[in-house]
Ligand binder design. Structure first.
Ligand SMILES: Cc1cc2nc3c(=O)[nH]c(=O)nc-3n(C[C@H](O)[C@H](O)[C@H](O)COP(=O)(O)OP(=O)(O)OC[C@H]3O[C@@H](n4cnc5c(N)ncnc54)[C@H](O)[C@@H]3O)c2cc1C
Length: 387
C-alpha cells in the first residue's frame, strides 16, 4: 500500500480480500454469532475457519507462516468481521495485533522461529498482558515484577482484562513487568514471554461482561513463575515503550473494527427502514428516520477515511500517532452513536437480542475504552499539538 487510498477505489488485491472476508462473515460468522453471544462460548469453529483462510497471518512475512500482506489488509478484514460480530473481530485483532505482532516487531530470530508459525497459522493464540488491577490508562504504574535468578526470570504479580488469555489454544501471554530502576530511580519495564503451561501462572474465571460475550477475557496471576532468561522480548527496560508502539498500531485496527460496526448498523437500518411500515408507509419515508440513517452513514464514512489515512501513514513509515488516536476516537464514537441510533430506528425490536443492532449496542461501549480510552486519545492528540 502506498499513499492515500480512496475508500471507494481500492486496488484489486485489497478489494478481493475484503469481498472474501465479507462472504465468510455472512456465511460462517453471522449464523452462529447470536448463539455464541447468548451462551458466552468461544467460537472455536469460526476461529478455525479464519485460520484456514490465513487471516491470523495477514500482516506477517511468509517465512514465518504469514500471508505476506500488510497491516491495512488486516484492517480491511477486521472491518468486514466487525459488521456482523465484534467478538470474532476482536479475537482476530487481539491475536494478530497484540499477540503475535510484539514478537514479530521485537523478538529475536529464535523467538520468531519458535512462536510465529503457530500464531500466524491461527493454531495458537498469543495474549498481551499490560493492564493490571491498579494500572490501566496509567500503564506505567505496573507493579508486576520480574527478577533474574539463575538465568531465569521469576515473575510475581497480576494482570486483568486480558483478551485471548484463557482459551484452549492460548499458547502464551507477553507480560509487562518491572525489572529494575534506572539511574534516575524510574521504573524499568520489560516484556517477557510466558508460555501458558508455566507453573505458577493462573488464569482466573472469565469475566461477566456487558458485551463481547464470545470473546475470551480473564484476570491472570503470577506466583513465582519461572521462565528462561531468553524469554525477554526486546531490550531490557524498553518493554513499556515497545508496548506503546504496539498500541499505536492497534488503535488503527480497533478503528477499522469500529467502522465495521458503524457501517453494519447503517446496512441493517437501510434494510429495516424499507421493510417496516407505520402509519401506512415504510418508516424510511419519514425524513427524520432517513436523516438519522444518512447521518449514521456520514459517521461511518468519515471514520473509515480517518483509519485509511492513519494506515497509509504508518505503512509509508511516516509519523502516524496523532492520526491513529484520531481514527480510534472518531471510529469508536461513530460505532457507539450508530449502535444507539440503529437501535432507535428498530424500535422495540431493536431492544431484542435477536437483532444485530442490539448486540452492537451492548458490544460497542468497550470500543471507547479498550486500547486507550477516549480520554487517553485526547491526551495523546493534545500532547502532539504541543499542549
Ligand atoms: C473486554 C476488555 C478487553 C481488554 N483486553 C486487554 C488486553 O488484551 N490486554 C491488556 O493489557 N488490557 C486489556 N484491556 C484493558 C483496557 O485496555 C483498559 O481497561 C483501559 O486501558 C482502561 O484502563 P482502566 O480500565 O484501568 O481504566 P482507568 O485507567 O482507571 O480509567 C478510568 C477512567 O478515568 C479516565 N482517566 C484516567 N486517567 C485520566 C487522565 N489523566 N485524564 C482524564 N481521564 C483519565 C479514563 O479515561 C476512564 O474514563 C481490556 C479491557 C476490557 C474491558
Amino acid at each position: 500500500m502506498s499513499g492515500f487510498l480512496s475508500t471507494e477505489d481500492l486496488p484489486e488485491d485489497y478489494r478481493d480480500l475484503k469481498a472474501t472476508v465479507a462472504d465468510f462473515a455472512q456465511s460462517v460468522v453471522a449464523p452462529v454469532a447470536a448463539q455464541h453471544d447468548r451462551d458466552h462460548t468461544f467460537p472455536y469453529e469460526v476461529v478455525k475457519g479464519m485460520a484456514d483462510m490465513g487471516l491470523f497471518g495477514l500482516p506477517f512475512p511468509e517465512e514465518y507462516g504469514g500471508m505476506g500482506g500488510d497491516y491495512f489488509a488486516l484492517c480491511l478484514a477486521l472491518e468486514e468481521l466487525g459488521k456482523v460480530d465484534q467478538s470474532v473481530a476482536i479475537t482476530l485483532e487481539a491475536a494478530v495485533s497484540l499477540g503475535a505482532m510484539p514478537i514479530h516487531r521485537f523478538g529475536t530470530e529464535e523467538q520468531k522461529q519458535e512462536w510465529l508459525p503457530r500464531l500466524t497459522s491461527g493454531q495458537s493464540l498469543g495474549a498481551f498482558g499490560l493492564t493490571e488491577p491498579g494500572a490501566g490508562s496509567d500503564a506505567g504504574g505496573t507493579t508486576t515484577t520480574a527478577v533474574l535468578d539463575d538465568d531465569e526470570w521469576v515473575i510475581n504479580g497480576a494482570k486483568q482484562f486480558i483478551t485471548n488469555s484463557g482459551t484452549d489454544i492460548t499458547a502464551l501471554v507477553t507480560v509487562a513487568a518491572v525489572t529494575g530502576t534506572d539511574t534516575a530511580g524510574r521504573k524499568q519495564i520489560s516484556t517477557i514471554i510466558v508460555p501458558s503451561d508455566t507453573p505458577g501462572f493462573e488464569v482466573g474465571p472469565a469475566y461477566d461482561k456487558v458485551g463481547w460475550n464470545a470473546s475470551d477475557t480473564h484476570p491472570l496471576s503470577f506466583t513465582d513463575v519461572r521462565v528462561p532468561r531468553e524469554n525477554l522480548l526486546g531490550q531490557e527496560g524498553r518493554g513499556y515503550a515497545n508496548f506503546l508502539r504496539i498500541l499505536d498500531e492497534g488503535r488503527i485496527a480497533i478503528a477499522a473494527l469500529a467502522v465495521g460496526v458503524a457501517q453494519g448498523c447503517v446496512d441493517e437500518c437501510v434494510r429495516y427502514a424499507k421493510e417496516r411500515s407505520a402509519f401506512g408507509k415504510p418508516i424510511g419515508a419519514n425524513q427524520s428516520i432517513a436523516f438519522t440513517i444518512a447521518r449514521m452513514q456520514a459517521r461511518a464514512y468519515a471514520a473509515r477515511t480517518a483509519y485509511y489515512d492513519a494506515a497509509a501513514l504508518m505503512l509509508s513509515g511516516k509519523p502516524f500517532k496523532r492520526q491513529a488516536s484520531i481514527a480510534k476516537m472518531v471510529a469508536s464514537e461513530a460505532a457507539m452513536d450508530n449502535a444507539r441510533d440503529g437501535t432507535q430506528v428498530h424500535g422495540g425490536y431493536g431492544f431484542m437480542n435477536e437483532y444485530l443492532v442490539s448486540r452492537h449496542y451492548r458490544d460497542s461501549k468497550i470500543l471507547e475504552i479498550g486500547e486507550g480510552t477516549t480520554e487517553v486519545q485526547l491526551m495523546l492528540i493534545a500532547r502532539d499539538l504541543g499542549l
